[in-house]
Design a binder for this molecule. Structure first.
Ligand code: NDP
Length: 596
């Protein structure tokens, strides 16, 4: 076990956090508006002209990513016909449709991350699947569950209006569609609105630029499947940002660019990846019927504080930290375990883990100054932990330059390049790996408002934060279901688990409404209020986040705003999944009223 000086580490972490705190928090970022809006165009699929749609469907699903696809699949399984997905991209996949940057891959093991593996019969090709395989799987789900034919692609919902007399929603889009739906599912995803860094002069850059979620293979050459980017050999390229996206694409850019400048404000923690192919014989040996649900439950339990299974089926970087904490908690102690003991054990396990991750930088990166700059000085769960076996190595190439801004960010963008520490770096291309809006008003991120019962606007109902029961049902908005993370399990290490579960809930409720001849279903105000009272950020999590370096996990270092993603079931994710499964199976759907 690595020895750590806890006092010195605490001081160092606090100093690194303090120098990054900025008064403008989330407002430091720019929206893709005005002159930046064309950068959001779909580079992957040409837009097909079509006539506006003016018909009626049973269910309209907004969003064709995992949330929409899984809900569509469960509705189809439940025998609900006329399910229409409306999707702003030119195909299914959501985040996997847009994020086709070189090296894109999921850090959560494919066996639990890729949904409906048993239903579709797909065997993941590797422990951590790459983006093209996940995108293909999305198309597979759409095809298998008959969600393609009636979908409206390259279409954005612009408004929803409830028609009380007809008990249905009027759905309007940016393609002049105006169709009605008895039920509406909102599944727009947590990270789908890209953002730009608010760097002075950003609008003056005269070279080429794009955001990582709109990768310009026409400019770089290559393709998402890994063909080399053969148009960059004489190009000077800067990438701004060193989060999970940059960690994956930098190794590919490094080998391709004439010169690559990686502009870093805060280093990511980059742990071992250890990816490996999945063999058919191994897959066959672990996939008896019901296997994926067992794997999902095992992962939640391994990550949970309440019940620890003997086997860690997934056995990855997420469960490693959980197991380290558990080992410390299990050590003999003279007095009963207190909350303070728990905090202390969590901190020690984390210090030990992060010390190992920093030591890895020294072991891999040859240049001392570069290695010094690449070390992350915060607790592992303060920012999205990263895992990669080629990222650090990339800095050993002579063409790759770490431009460390020491927490301050890029100073200025000029016509010819960018300025850091008063030095101008002239470049031909800037790639923005600057992430996505999180913690902003969900209605703003949806891109539309909804007018519910008695003219209630969703933006007004949620002005002080989202209010739901189970994260799914919102009072005042009958027949609407939101499929997302917060106010349910909020199980971040495996986002699709939340969505698969919410999809089951939606299908069960819609089936019940149809079978009972009910035209409306709505959560009561009382049930919603009661549920919201139970939405507490875990004390462990909130005290921990306050000390973290700024980022989207902690509202850029400010008090959690009303739209923070923190609300989750007080007893934890495992308890939530048990609770909601019983709620569904009881058939009484407590808290909902059916009628109309
Ligand atoms: P992030 O928000 O994580 O990263 C944005 C980066 O831009 C940060 O490094 C940030 O620095 C930097 N930045 C912002 N402003 C400036 C500035 N003015 N000057 C210099 N740098 C700046 O976005 P990503 O796209 O990397 O990742 C988003 C999320 O998507 C991840 O957290 C993860 O949840 C998911 N994802 C998952 C992947 C996986 O499974 N492997 C892969 C990719 C993404 P700072 O840290 O200082 O704010």
């Amino acid at each position: 076990m690595t020895e750590v000086d806890t006092g010195a580490l605490r001081e160092r972490y606090a100093a690194e956090r303090d120098k990054r705190l900025r008064p403008d928090g989330n407002d430091q970022y720019l929206e893709f508006k005005g002159r930046f809006e064309p950068m959001l165009a779909d580079p992957y699929t040409p837009r097909a002209e079509r006539a506006p749609v003016r018909d009626h469907v049973t269910v309209a699903i907004i969003g064709g990513g995992f949330a929409g696809l899984l809900t569509g699949a469960r509705l189809r399984e439940a025998g609900v016909g006329e399910v229409r997905i409306v999707e702003k991209g030119g195909g299914f996949g959501g985040t996997w449709y847009w994020n086709r940057y070189p090296g894109a891959q999921c850090d959560t093991a494919a066996m639990i991350y890729m949904p409906l593996l048993e239903e579709t019969g797909h065997m993941p090709t590797e422990k951590y699947a790459h983006a093209p395989e996940i995108l293909e799987h999305c198309e597979r789900i759409a095809k298998q569950f008959g969600l393609r034919d009636d979908a409206l692609l390259h279409t954005q919902v612009t408004g929803l209006e409830w028609d009380e007399a007809a008990s249905r929603w009027l759905v309007r889009t940016n393609r002049e569609d105006a169709f009605t739906a008895q039920f509406v599912v909102i599944g727009t995803g947590p990270l789908h609105v890209p953002k730009l860094p608010g760097i002075p002069g950003i609008e003056t850059f005269g070279g080429h630029c794009f955001h990582t979620s709109r990768w310009d293979y026409g400019y770089t050459g290559g393709d998402p499947a890994g063909a080399p980017m053969d148009r960059l050999a004489d190009q000077r390229v800067a990438i701004i940002g060193t989060g999970a996206t940059a960690v994956q694409c930098v190794p590919h850019l490094a080998g391709a660019c004439g010169a690559l400048y990686v502009c870093q404000r805060t280093p990511s923690s980059v742990d071992v990846r250890g990816n490996e192919p999945i063999s058919p014989s191994w897959f066959a040996s672990v996939t008896s019927p019901g296997w994926q649900a067992r794997w999902l439950d095992n992962f939640v339990a391994t990550m949970s504080a309440e019940e620890w299974p003997a086997d860690d089926l997934v056995n990855d970087g997420w469960t490693d930290l959980a197991k380290r904490i558990r080992r410390r908690l299990a050590a003999p102690r003279s007095a009963p375990l207190t909350f303070e003991d728990l905090l202390a054990d969590f901190e020690l396990a984390d210090f030990e883990k992060m010390s190992e991750i920093r030591a890895r930088v020294d072991a891999v990166v040859h240049d001392e100054v570069t290695a010094h700059g690449l070390k992350a000085w915060y607790r592992q769960l303060c920012k999205r932990p990263c895992f990669h076996d080629a990222y650090l190595d990339a800095y050993n190439l002579p063409s790759v330059h770490l431009i460390d801004t020491d927490g301050r960010g890029v100073q200025r963008i000029t016509q010819a390049g960018l300025v850091v520490n008063d030095v101008e770096y002239q470049v031909d291309c800037i790639i923005y790996a600057s992430g996505f809006e999180v913690g902003t008003d969900p209605v703003r991120r949806y891109g539309f408002d909804a007018t519910g019962r008695d003219g209630l606007q969703l933006s007004a109902a949620w002005a002080d934060g989202m209010r739901t029961m189970h994260g799914v049902h919102a009072h005042g908005f009958p027949n609407v279901f939101v499929v997302q993370l917060a106010q349910g399990a909020n199980f971040l290490p495996n986002v699709p688990h939340n969505l698969t579960d919410a999809a089951k809930t939606v299908a069960a409720v819609v089936r019940h409404a149809i079978d009972g001849g009910h035209r409306q279903v709505e959560v009561t105000l009382q049930a919603q209020d009661d549920w919201m009272l139970r939405q507490v950020p875990s004390p462990l999590f909130s005290s921990f986040l306050a000390d973290c370096t700024p980022g989207y996990y902690n509202n850029e270092g400010h008090e959690p705003g009303p739209h923070a993603l923190l609300g989750s079931y007080a007893d934890g994710a495992a308890a939530y999944f048990r609770y909601i499964s019983q709620w569904r199976e009881s058939g009484s759907f407590d808290g909902l009223t059916f009628g109309g």
